[in-house]
Design a protein around this ligand. Structure first.
Ligand SMILES: C[S@@+](CC[C@H](N)C(=O)[O-])C[C@H]1O[C@@H](n2cnc3c(N)ncnc32)[C@H](O)[C@@H]1O
Length: 390
């Protein structure tokens, strides 16, 4: 199959591009031009970690809207948002959500954003296709457009549905990062974020480049909460490229799909100007995602030796390391946790209670666990890189 890239940097025709001897490979950090259903169907199955989708709203605007000063409101009246009936919209929704499910890894999750015009229909189709909804998040706009005619409430929010591909599968949720982002309080499902305005809003000859450009702060929260550095984030309705811009900033890979050339050009220029944050700033401790390391792994891998002594952190007790990863302290034999519990007569985490001696200095065994974890993570990152290059 021939590569079919246009001369625009990174802009390729998704169908028929990114193939290696007939096997589709992942076109990372590229914007693929085409109908998202066709392009999704051309990508390898179970290959992306997260999908963020901002599909057409199907606004069904009947007439032009005017402000009190008679200036015309810049509403979404583009052809890409027009469907002849709810049935047609549901059919389109079902087709792209099905295609999206195929490319999502079993551990992957999907976010779909919408307004009252479409989100109920989208949610029902998602459930029918077997997606398992994890949350609905309300994006509260601090600066919504007023209801100029004063005949309804100001429409001040949109809804994001966050769902996993397989009910009960493992998925990424960086709870700690979200808590830290929210002044150490658990992040709630109501997000107060302004519309993209000012410098952030892309303009062409003084007018908005894209009518529905989403704020980067919204995507920042989505991507930071549900992916890890190096993950692949796909957006089938890429528009002005907000997802790609934030993914790049946060050290994630992106794949964008978009039909319109003018949006692709604007998105590419925007993304090219973005610098990724340094790896050190993206390496966030999320305990639940960390590799479980049993104490025995330290012994097996030579970080500690059978027969070596461990000091108890409280008082002067000493234990001997056994060949099977248990420890012996007087008559007590068991795991580092069990022996620590017996000595303290209270719940105890052995990793925090035992010290080993290195060049005459006592150090917590937890430091060795971190060392072995880093080695495991580096090895799996190397393997993942090898895999993505092959
Ligand atoms: C709601 S906008 C997305 C805006 C985007 N989130 C942003 O921040 O700029 C939807 C986009 O999807 C594109 N689109 C609509 N139908 C499409 C399809 N079937 N395949 C690919 N792109 C499509 C439109 O051209 C439009 O740019």
């Amino acid at each position: 199959m021939s590569a079919n890239c246009s001369r625009l940097k990174g802009m390729c025709n998704g169908v028929g591009d990114g193939y290696n001897l007939g096997v589709p490979t992942l076109p990372l950090n590229r914007i693929l031009q085409g109908n998202c259903i066709d392009v999704l169907n051309s990508l390898p199955e179970k290959s992306v970690d997260l999908i963020f989708a901002d599909p057409p709203y199907n606004l069904q605007l009947q007439n032009d809207l005017f402000r009190p000063d008679l200036s015309k409101v810049d509403a979404v009246d583009d052809n890409w948002d027009k469907f002849s009936s709810f049935e047609k919209y549901d059919e389109f929704t079902s087709n792209w959500l099905r295609a999206a499910k195929r490319v999502l890894k079993d551990t992957g999750t999907i976010w779909v954003i919408g307004s009252y015009h479409n989100i109920y229909r989208v949610g029902a189709v998602m459930q029918d296709l077997g997606y398992w909804i994890l949350n609905d998040v309300v994006w509260l706009k601090t600066n919504p457009m007023p209801n100029f005619r004063g005949v309804r409430f100001t429409n001040a929010h949109e809804t994001l549905l966050w769902a996993q591909k397989e009910q009960g599968a493992k998925y990424t949720f960086n709870h700690k990062a979200m808590k830290a982002l929210n002044d150490d309080l658990q992040m709630r499902s109501d997000w107060v974020i302004p519309l993209a305005t000012g410098k952030e809003r892309l303009k062409t000859n003084g007018t908005k480049t894209h009518p529905t450009q989403k704020p980067e702060a919204l995507l920042y929260r989505v991507i930071l909460s549900t992916t890890n550095p190096g993950d692949v984030v796909l957006d089938p309705f890429f528009g002005s490229g907000t997802t790609g811009a934030v993914a790049k900033k946060l050290g994630r890979n992106f794949i964008g799909i978009e039909r319109e050339t003018k949006y692709i050009k604007a998105a590419q220029k925007r993304i090219d100007a973005i610098k990724s944050a340094p790896a050190e700033a993206l390496d966030l401790p999320e305990k639940r995602n960390q590799e479980r390391v049993p104490f025995g792994a330290l012994v097996e891998n030579g970080y500690l030796k059978p027969g070596q002594k461990l000091q108890y952190a409280k008082g002067k007790r000493e234990a001997t390391i056994l060949a099977n990863g248990h420890i012996k302290c007087g008559k007590l034999i068991g795991s580092i946790h069990m022996v620590a519990r017996e000595l303290t007569n209270a719940p105890a985490n052995g990793w925090e209670m035992w010290l080993y001696s290195e060049r005459g200095k006592l150090k917590p065994i937890n430091e060795l666990r971190e060392k072995i974890r880093k080695a495991i993570t580096a090895k799996s990152a190397k393997n993942a890189k090898k895999k993505s290059l092959s």
